[in-house]
Write a protein that binds this ligand. Structure first.
Ligand SMILES: [Zn+2]
Length: 380
């Protein structure tokens, strides 16, 4: 049992292989971008380890070796995700094939009350296991999602963002309380992106940008079917890109960060300083307030201009937008598309901008998927 901050190296390929329907080798060549010899070697190793199963695909009628279809066996044991977002604690527990699933959620100021949030997560975990008539010792792996960058060692990088979390080691805290359970700590946007990739709006894709625009701005990158975490686990901090050097001071110490400029625009327009300002704009726009629509377009446009730059560099298949527990408003999506068109090369400026299908459940669903994908080496 080794504590792991990141995930197994093969998670990205396993994420492309559904448990139920499976995929053909040709599908995997296309989705992974790997060469045939590299993919063949990797699949042979994963099959030898019991992480994937192969069977002949439906006969094509052609001569030669029959095509193979690959699928994942359901992993053994129970898997859990504790997703801490800025304003709630959400827990999901599932077995290896989603036959038994339980979920719990509590509103809570996670940013201010570190210990309370972790205690609450553990309590909801035990309630969820009890609902399924399972015990703690059935847990194989748990993924904890945090609303701040997470370093390669699994520790939150909270300085300048969530002062109450500086120096806290939630992975160690959980390992102490759940001995024998493999614990992984991950940024919440990364979990949500993995959820959308495996079970949501990004299913079947291999390159996407995930954006969560709610109380703050979270971003995550999926490149070649795998989460791109960067050299030290900090990739995806799009919210702190400076877009106005004379702009408003930000919690990170800089001025005019994208997330802060969006927040200030929403707060000024609604007179409601607070995390609900953008959702309030959604409501006003739906009620026919044209000014609210223009502000949403502006907020989306600021984001879209940065996404256009990213799109030029990464050439993704789509951008998935989540606005928490409500669907993204058409005015904000239109603003994002307009911003992308202003800054991206013409050949990538029609990049599809699509709504999340999992919403607030994306982090917990992604956490379970990540726990399963990374667990195959540890369950034999
Ligand atoms: Zn900032």
């Amino acid at each position: 049992m080794s504590p792991v901050g990141g995930s197994g190296h093969d998670e990205w390929l396993l994420a492309l292989i559904p448990q139920d329907t499976g995929v053909t080798t040709a599908d995997l060549l296309r989705l992974s971008g790997l060469s045939r010899p590299t993919l063949t070697d990797l699949l042979a190793r994963l099959r030898a380890e019991g992480a994937v199963l192969s069977e002949p695909a439906v006969p094509s009628g052609r001569r030669g070796r029959p095509a193979q279809r690959w699928r994942r066996p359901p992993p053994r044991g129970m898997f859990a995700a504790i997703a801490l977002t800025r304003d709630d604690v959400r827990v999901r527990v599932a077995d290896g094939s989603d036959q038994a699933v339980a979920e719990r959620e509590r509103p809570m100021n996670v940013t201010l009350d570190v210990r309370g949030a972790l205690d609450c997560g553990l309590r909801l975990l035990h309630e969820s296991l009890a609902e399924l008539d399972r015990y703690e010792d059935s847990l194989t792996a748990l993924v904890l999602g945090l609303p701040c960058p997470v370093g390669g060692d699994g520790d939150p990088q909270a300085r300048g963002m969530m002062p109450g979390w500086v120096g806290v080691r939630p992975g160690e805290w959980l390992r102490h309380r759940l001995p024998g359970v493999r614990i992984t700590v991950e940024n919440d946007a990364n979990l949500a992106a993995f959820g959308e990739l495996t079970e949501g709006a990004g299913r079947g894709r291999s390159d996407l940008i995930y954006i969560k625009l709610a109380a703050g701005l979270g971003a995550a990158l999926v490149v070649g079917g795998r989460l791109y975490r960067g050299a030290t686990g900090l990739a995806g901090e799009l919210g702190h890109v400076q877009i106005n050097e004379m702009g408003h001071p930000c919690v990170c110490g800089a001025r005019g960060c994208l997330a802060m400029e969006q927040y200030v625009a929403a707060s000024h327009a609604t007179g409601r300083p607070g995390p609900s300002a953008i959702l309030d704009l959604f409501r006003r726009c739906d009620a026919g307030d044209a000014a609210a629509g223009r502000v949403l377009g502006h907020i989306g446009g600021l984001l879209g201009e940065q996404l256009g730059v990213l799109a030029d560099m990464l050439d993704p298949e789509c951008v998935v937008i989540s606005t928490d527990d409500v669907p993204p408003h058409p005015a904000v999506l239109a603003g994002i598309r307009g911003g992308i068109r202003r800054t991206a090369l013409p050949v990538v400026s029609d990049l599809p901008v699509i709504a999340s299908t999992l919403g607030v459940r994306a982090e917990a669903i992604g956490g379970i998927a990540l726990a399963r994908a990374a667990s195959h080496r540890h369950t034999d």
